[in-house]
Design a protein around this ligand. Sequence first.
Ligand code: WTA
Length: 698
Amino acid sequence: TTLRHVKKSVTAMDVKIWQQPALGKREEAAAQENPEHLKLPVSPSREFVSRALVSSRKQYEKMYEQSMNDPARFWGSFANDFHWERKWDTTKPICRYNFDLQKGPVFVEWFKGGYTNICYNALDKHVLEGRGNSTALLWEGNDVGSQKRITYSDMLKQTCQLANYLRQRGVKKGDRVCIYMPMVPELPIAMLACARIGAIHSVVFAGYSAESLAGRILDCQSEVILSCSGVQRGNKLLPLKKIVDDALQLCIHQGNFRPGTCLILDNNRALPRNKVSWVPGRDLWWQDEVKSCNTEASVEWMEAEDPLFLLYTSGSTGKPKGVLHTVGGYMVYAAVTFKFVFDYHPGDIFWCTADCGWITGHTYVAYGPLLNGATVVIFEGVPTYPDPSRWWQIIEKYGVTTFYTAPTGIRSLEALGDQYVTKHSRSSLRLLGTVGEAINVKAWLWYHRVVGEGRCPIVDTWWQTETGATMISPLPGAWPLKPGSATLPFFGVQPVILDQQGKEQDGPCEGYLCIKKPWPGIARSLYGDHKRFEETYFRTWLGMYVTGDGCRRDPDGYITLTGRIDDVVNVSGHRISIGEVESALDSHPQCAEASAVAVDHDVKGQGLYAFVVLVDGVTPSDALKKEIMDCVRREIGSFAVPEVIHWAPGLPKTRSGKIMRRILRKIAANQFDELGDTSSLADPAVVEQLVDSKRSMR
Ligand code: WTA
C-alpha cells in the first residue's frame, strides 16, 4: 500500500445547500404534540441562576462588550490567574494579527513575550497552593469495579516521572511525540508530560487504523510513540501495540522513517505481556522504565506562541491536517470557556465522555478542567457495556454534577428506553452539555426531561478542532435555551453570517458562519503547511476565519448551526472527509469509481452512503462489498465505513466531468422527485438507472 493522498478535489462552495437543518420541521411538530414540550424556550431554574457565575443576559452583554472593546484588560485579567514565569509584553497590544491575505501572511499572536507552562498551571500550581490532596481524576475502567482515584499531587508525580523519562530518551522542546492510547489516566498524563518539557504532542484517537496512524506519524515525524499493549472496550479487544507495529512498518516503507522509541503501557487487564510482539531496543515497557524516574521534574518555560500540540483532523480535501495550537492563548481560552460554559464551582464533578483523541478530550477532559483544579471523570469503556445503563450508573457512583457528551450517544441510549436511565439516581446532576454535531429537538427534550429530570440546563456548545474551545454556547444561568440552538457567542468571539456573495448580514438571517477577529484559542497554523492553513480558512472570504459551517440567526440573536457546507460529514460526532472515504473506496482494485454522500441517520446524525462503480466485467457480491468496506476500515478506521454500498452503473457527471453530488444525495435519500434539473449532465440516462437500482434495493 502507498500513503494515499486524496485525488478528487471538491471546492468547498460546490455544495451550497443547507444539508441538515438542526430544527427539522417534523421534529418541531412532534415536540409540539406533547404538551409538556410547549414551554419553550426553557429557562434555567431560579436555584440555578442564584449561584451562576453569569446570571443574566445583561451581565453577559456587559462582559462581552468588554471582551471586544478592551481585550487586553479582559483576557489579561484571566491570564493573570495563572503563573507566568515572565509576563507578556504589556507595552504592546495583547493580540496582534492579520486575517487579510491581501495584506500579507495570516498570523495570530496572543500574550507575546510571555513565558509560561500549561502543565505547571494545570498541576504544580494547585499542589503549591495546597490543593494537592484534591482529586484530579476519577478513572472508571471498562469492567465494573475497576477504578482509580488520582489526586493532583499523584498526578504531578506521575507526570514528572514520565517527563524525566522522555528527557532521558532525548526528547526536547519542539520535538513531536505521538500518543496512541486508550482512555487510561496515563493518556492525559502523557499529554501533560510532553507539555512540561515543551514537546509537541500529537494524540491519535485509538480507533484509527495503522494506515492513518502511519500517516500522522510521518507527517510530523514523531520519533517517539507512547502507546499501550491493548484495551478492552465493551467485549472487544483492541490490540493497540499490534496496530502500532503495523503503522511503524508502513512508516519505514512509505516514508523511510523509523521512530526510535515506543513506550508501551502494559495493560494486562486486556492482554498478557507475552502476547505482545516486541522489537528490543525500540519497544520499552512503560511501567518498567518510568517507575525509577525522579518524581520531580523541571519545567520548560515556553513562550506564549510556542507550539503546544498538533491534532490531526479531516478537511474537505487532501490528507488530514495537523491543526497546531500554541501555549498561551490555548491555555487561557480553554480554562475560561470551561469555567463559564460549565459554570464551574469548586467541588463539581465533571464528566466529559469524549476521548482525548479528539479536541473535545484535549480541552474538556484534560486541559480546561485541570487548569481550573476540577475533578474529572474519565471512562475507558462504552456506554452499553455491560448494559445500557453504564453511563447513568457512573453518574450515580461518582456524584457527577456536570455531564458533557455528543448527541449521537444521547440518541442511541434514548432508543433503548428510559428504564436504563431511571434505574440510577441522577440527583447529583446540575448541568448537561452536548458537542460535536447538531442536536435534534427530540433528543434534546429527552436529554432534558429524562436524563436531567427537567432540572438541568443544557449547553449546546458549537466549536471546532481549529477553534481550540467553545465558541458559541449558552451560559447556562444567563438566558433561556431553545432546543437545537447553540445560542450566543462566547466572550471575545465575533461571529458574522455571510450570504452567498460573501456579504455580511444583519438581524435574522441564514448563511455561512465566519469569525471576524481572533480569539485566544484559534489555531495558529497547520503543521508544516502554513499555506494550506491560509487557503483553507482565509481564502474564501478575505479578512475572516471561515468555519465551514452554515447557520441561521433568529430574532433573539440565537444562532443555530445547520451543518457543514463543505464535503465533511459528521458521523456520530466524528469528523470525516468525504474525499478520504472515496479515496479509500477507490483503492480497491475492482472499484472503477466511487462517490460517497451523507444521509440522515437516526442515531449517528449522519451516515455515509457510497455509490460504487465496478470495473467492467466484475460481478457484485456480498463478499466484494465486505472487501470494499474493509478498505475504508483499513485506511481510515471502522467509524468511517459507509452504511450502504450501492452498486452503481455509473455516476452522474457534468460535461466537465464533475460528479453531481446533489443528485446522489437525493437518490440516497429516496427523494426521487427532487432530482432537479439533470439536463446539464453528460449522460442523463445514468440517473434513471441509479433510481431504478435504488428502488430495487428497498
Ligand atoms: C460540528 C468538535 C452543531 C460542526 C468540537 C463543526 C456542531 C464540527 C456542534 C467540528 C454543535 C460541533 N452543533 N454542529 N454544537 N459542535 N459541530 O473539529 O460542523 O471534531 O464544524 O470539533 O462539528 O468538529 P471537530
